[in-house]
Structures are given as structure tokens and as C-alpha cells.
Design a binder for this molecule. Sequence first.
Ligand SMILES: C[S@@+](CC[C@H](N)C(=O)[O-])C[C@H]1O[C@@H](n2cnc3c(N)ncnc32)[C@H](O)[C@@H]1O
Length: 267
Amino acid sequence: VRHIRLIGIGAGDPEHLTLQAVRALAGVEVFFAFDKARSTDRPADPLVELRRALIEHHREPGTYRFVALEDPARDRRPVDYLDTVADWHGRRAELLSDAIERELGTDGVGAILVWGDPGLYDSTIRIVERVLALGRVNFGWEVIPGITSIQALTARHRIPLNRAGEEIVITTARRLPESLEQGHRNVVVMLDPDFELPEATSMMNIYWGAYLGTPQELLDNGSVAEAGARIARRRRQARAEHGWIMDTYLLRSADSAAATSEIHSST
Ligand SMILES: C[S@@+](CC[C@H](N)C(=O)[O-])C[C@H]1O[C@@H](n2cnc3c(N)ncnc32)[C@H](O)[C@@H]1O
């Protein structure tokens, strides 16, 4: 029976690859990848190129095949976000189902290299489940964990993700206002197209990282009041220079829960 490995490859640095991931790469016959450049006028999808380079580094030429699938186009700012995403996943699942059937022998081992960790803001697991639900092709599958962009961010800033005893929220830019309203003190923001920080962040500190783990890596931190506009500027410049940007940041209230409870207990 066919087998598919979802291999977390880390957030940009080839050395993020774990020993388990390296071993998992070794036996793969066909690598499948969704390629945004095939459905847009972009010259090449940089994340597909990085995956290719990673495979070339670990495998002898001619011992595997790389099958790039045209990523179905989708509306990036739809009215109904969840419906649009579900529909897009459905189309991806159909493409992948056909490709597995066409490209992989009945006992073949295939893989999808997943950016960061397959469990964090990534649709590959859901798409594989949908492929199986379509019922056209059967296979076993496994997930190999990877270093997330959040781990890359905190390591480069040399900070712990959580302060002692505090919660940590991981969210998208779209839902950031909601997390701030709920009074969360540590919020990691991913998938931010605009970097428009709500007013409620003005008393927080920010730890920002773009292209983490790659030669283009950018880091900055400070209070939002002091560093916010600078980061917005650096971000605009970097996006103009490279044509794309991928960044993540941690917003942390200036006062810790421990400090606040000390104040309360001493009054
Ligand atoms: C679709 S999510 C994938 C997350 C991934 N599975 C992970 O474990 O990090 C893409 C978002 O991850 C973040 N991201 C991924 N790689 C990054 C990197 N090298 N530097 C900064 N942010 C990154 C950005 O917020 C980006 O919008």
C-alpha cells in the first residue's frame, strides 16, 4: 500500500531539519509540492525553490521525482473566509488525489515537505484527510514534526516564549484585535499581510522576525511606541526588495502577571 510522509522542514534554515526528517527524506520516491507560481504570473515560488534545494542537498539526482502541482488560485481577502478556504482545500485535495494515483506506484513512498511544523497554521494535514475521504486512492500516512517559525523567532531573540505562569496565544493578524480585547499579555501573530498594529498594542513590546533562518533574516524589537513605525518601514522596504515577505512577531505586555500580582498583594 502507498505511503505518504508529511515532513516538517523547519522555517527556512536547512539546518532546522531534524535527524528524523533527514531519515524520512531518504526513502522517498516522489515529492509532491503545490506551486503558487504555476497559477500566478510570479516567476518562481520561492518556497518551492527552497524545498527543491533542500532535497537536492540530501538526495542524489535521479533517485527521486519532484512533482509540482499547480496551486489553485484563491481570493486572498474573501468575504467569507472559512468557506473560501474550505473550497480551496477541496480543489487542492482533488489535485493531490489525482497526482498520487498517477505518479506513485501502489507500494510507493511519497512525501510533502511542510514549512515549519505541519501542525501549526498549515493545511496539509486537512488536505490529506480530504484526499482519503474522496476515496479514490488509499494510503498510509505519517507526520514528522518540524521547527516552527515561532521557535525560530524566540531563539533568535533569545527569549522564552512564555513568561513564568503566563498564557501564550498564537493567532492570525485578522484575529489580533479580539485577543487584545480579551486582555492577553503574550500574543504571537502570524499570517499578517499589512502590519497595522491596533492602538491597544501601544503599551506592549514587540519581538519581530522576517525571513527567519534564511540569509535575508531581519530582526527587531522594542516597545511598539518606539519600534512599531521602524518595523513597518523595514518591512515595506524588504517586501519591495524581495517581492514577498514572511514575518512573525510576539507582542508582550510591558508588565508581567507576576509583577501585577506583586503590586496587588503589596497594596
Ligand atoms: C501558513 S503559516 C505556516 C507556519 C509554519 N507551519 C510554521 O510552523 O511556522 C505561514 C506564516 O508563518 C510565519 N513564518 C513561516 N516561516 C517564517 C519565517 N522564516 N520567518 C518569519 N515568519 C515565518 C509567517 O507568519 C507566515 O505568514
